[in-house]
Write a protein that binds this ligand. Structure first.
Ligand code: HEM
Length: 490
């Protein structure tokens, strides 16, 4: 009753509720493809903030950048809502999921992992793993008239990249996609994305009852991933203990050595060296953070890269400009490995990726939980409420983006970008709880896309994308295009 009163006072409207399940079936229980359109439609009908009931749970959807400004800037309203619970069996209480003091402490420890000195080292890995993809694509690109779904190729490359940069191990996902750790990651991410669309699978207890065999399959693969990660952490700790004392900060040029072989610094190494109140993190603390990187750090960039490639394939004029820029900045030899600075200097590419993430945000929805009544820019949100931010609605808001459905990278040119209201463009979220990996992600996407374009012309063939709502945005038709090998670059 209290929540209804607050909603009425705040003039937050909702719609018809179905008995027992509220509007959940309308919105989420329908198909993954039409959920996006339906939420957009509800937003058009009810305004930028509206509510729905899912059984006894109140869910508010807010796509108003002014309210998001207050919410996302707040260091207090950082607790995630129940949608994230589906990840907890795998990721534990890592950075994405944790709240309060634990989140603050971890965020502080993990931030140096993304220092540019570390990212600089990763550029070589991005390029080397993309070279493997180029060879795989070459085998497939014999006929440019046959459309190819780029998503699985990009996904395996991203997995190879994140495993090597986060854990310092080569899992050879592209060479052996169907075995071991890589297979488990693929299976678990797929099950988690299916769960989001099925209300009866949402909580772990319901999932166990309504889909027992899928639940068991998920747990088997989660256990396999966890033992793999534990093993990597133990070995890496032993190797590091041989060469450093745990509380000694890494020097700028330091590289780690494991069993005599030279290796890159991995994100995991920073965690192994970190201390909280003088004590190192336990292997279990580190495990949840490494698993979080593995999840957040590969599905997101896969989605971002694949949708960008799709849009580039459909806009030949954009493709030509990109090619010109690549030739200017990196040179005309298709095989040259780009440097960190060169990737930074791909300015037009950056605009293309930003615009692509505006139309197809890799993380389409984010959420918070409010335990107490909370005033956000004059709108009171009732306590005990699950708050959802449908980024895919915000990012196409015609009040903030002219011709919001059009692909126009020029929006992000330096001279135009300052007209964009910062909280209308938040594919990496914003404020203290924004994406910690955004610089890494941008570099990786630039590296992968530029390498593909140097080797292949992308052709506008195959079905259009049909975005489907999940924790990470996918397309039910894949991201299809034709590939024609370039004889010579340019
Ligand atoms: C295109 C790629 C990416 C996009 C669009 C993206 C987007 C986001 C968004 C929207 C959030 C906020 C989530 C929320 O509020 O619930 C987030 C958080 C996070 N991201 Fe990313 N991300 C990307 C890549 C990455 C990469 C490559 C990594 C790591 C290597 C990463 C690690 C994280 C972590 C750890 C968090 C939680 C941060 C915190 O709560 O303090 N992300 N990301």
């Amino acid at each position: 009753k209290h929540r209804n009163e607050v909603l009425a006072r705040s003039k937050i409207t909702g719609g018809v509720n179905l008995p027992l399940v509220g509007r959940a079936l309308h919105m989420i229980g329908a198909t993954s493809e039409n959920s996006i359109d339906r939420i957009r439609q509800f937003s058009r009908e009810n305004g930028k903030i509206f509510y729905t009931w899912i059984l006894h749970e109140l869910a508010i959807f807010c796509a108003d950048p002014k309210i998001l400004d207050t919410l996302l800037s707040s260091p207090v309203n950082i607790t995630k809502n129940n949608v994230y619970d589906m990840l907890s069996l795998w990721l534990g209480d890592g950075l994405l999921m944790s709240t309060g003091k634990k989140w603050h402490t971890r965020r502080k420890i993990i931030t140096p992992s993304f220092h540019f000195k570390i990212l600089e080292e990763f550029v070589e890995i991005f390029d080397r793993q993309t070279n493997v993809m180029v060879e795989k694509l070459r085998e497939k690109a014999r006929d440019p008239n046959t459309p190819l779904d780029m998503f699985p190729f990009v996904c395996l490359t991203a997995l190879d990249i994140i495993a090597e940069t986060a854990m310092g191990v080569q899992v050879d996902a592209q060479l052996n996609p169907d075995i071991g750790y890589v297979n488990s990651v693929k299976i678990v991410t797929k099950i988690i994305s299916d769960r989001l669309r099925k209300p009866l699978w949402r909580t772990d207890s319901l999932f166990k009852v309504f889909a027992p065999s899928i639940y068991r399959r998920m747990m088997k693969h989660i256990n396999e991933m966890q033992s793999f990660t534990k093993n990597v952490i133990e070995k890496r700790r032993e190797a590091l203990e041989d060469i450093i004392s745990v509380d000694q900060p890494p020097s700028d040029e330091e590289e780690t050595f494991t069993k005599g072989s030279k290796q890159h610094m991995a994100l995991l190494d920073i965690l192994l060296r970190a201390t909280v109140e003088g004590r190192p993190l336990s292997n279990e603390d580190i495990r949840e953070e490494v698993e979080t990187f593995m999840f957040e750090g590969h599905d997101t960039t896969t989605s971002g890269t694949s949708f960008a490639l799709y849009l580039i394939s459909r806009h030949p004029e954009v493709q030509s400009k990109l090619l010109e820029e690549i030739a200017d900045v990196i040179g005309t030899d298709a095989n040259t490995a780009p440097t960190y600075r060169q990737l930074q200097d791909l300015r037009y590419m950056e605009c293309v990726i930003k615009e692509s993430m505006r139309l197809y945000p890799p993380v389409p929805i984010i959420g918070r939980y409010f335990a107490e009544d909370t005033d956000l820019n004059g709108v009171v949100i009732p306590g005990n409420c699950h708050f959802n931010i449908p980024l895919f609605v915000v990012l196409r808001d015609p009040d903030y983006f002219q011709d919001a459905n059009e692909f126009r990278p020029e929006r992000f040119f330096a001279e135009n970008a300052e007209d964009i209201y910062p909280f209308a463009y938040t594919p990496f979220s914003a404020g203290p709880r924004n994406c910690i990996g955004q610089k890494y992600a941008m570099l990786e996407m630039k590296s992968v896309i530029s390498k593909i374009l140097r080797h292949f012309e992308l052709l506008p063939i195959g079905p259009d994308v049909i975005p489907s709502l999940s924790l990470i945005l996918r397309s039910t038709t894949g991201t299809q295009m034709g590939l024609r090998a370039r004889n010579a670059f340019q």
